[in-house]
Design a protein around this ligand. Structure first.
Ligand SMILES: [Zn+2]
Length: 130
């Protein structure tokens, strides 16, 4: 993809603070971190999102992210690394690995609640879609 920022980073056309690279996977520091040491892990090949990514590639993505997470724990001196596949921002499959100390004030999402009976209806709707 010519206009994909992660493809450009993957090809080296845009500089990034790379922290891990192998044949298929690249990881670099997010320039707008949720917390210091926030890493983005991508397959080098372009796929629009995790649903379009072959299992073989997504397995490599998860495997590399686990390796990176262990290094993050050690380097950033945290006992948790939060992993997300958010999928809303850049349309190139990626995972976020975000180091977190117990008292770090990190904001991810606003949590809502279901109305009376709504959770059952939504559960049925999703189950019937398989
Ligand atoms: Zn891309």
């Amino acid at each position: 993809m010519d206009d994909c920022i992660f493809c450009k980073i993957s090809k080296g056309d845009i500089p990034a603070e790379k922290i891990y690279e192998d044949k298929d996977i690249l990881a670099f520091l997010d320039i707008s971190p949720i917390n210091k040491g926030h890493v983005v892990v991508i397959p080098k090949e372009h796929f629009s999102d995790i649903f379009e990514t072959p299992d073989e590639v997504s397995s490599k993505l998860i495997s590399a992210t686990k390796t990176i997470g262990k290094a993050l724990k050690k380097a950033m001196e945290v006992n948790r690394v939060i992993l997300t596949i958010w999928g809303e921002d850049v349309p190139h499959t990626h995972m976020h690995a975000i180091p977190k100390k117990k008292d770090d004030d990190m904001y991810f999402w606003k949590q809502g609640k279901y109305d009376e009976g709504e959770i059952k209806k939504i559960g049925e709707k999703i189950r019937s879609a398989f």
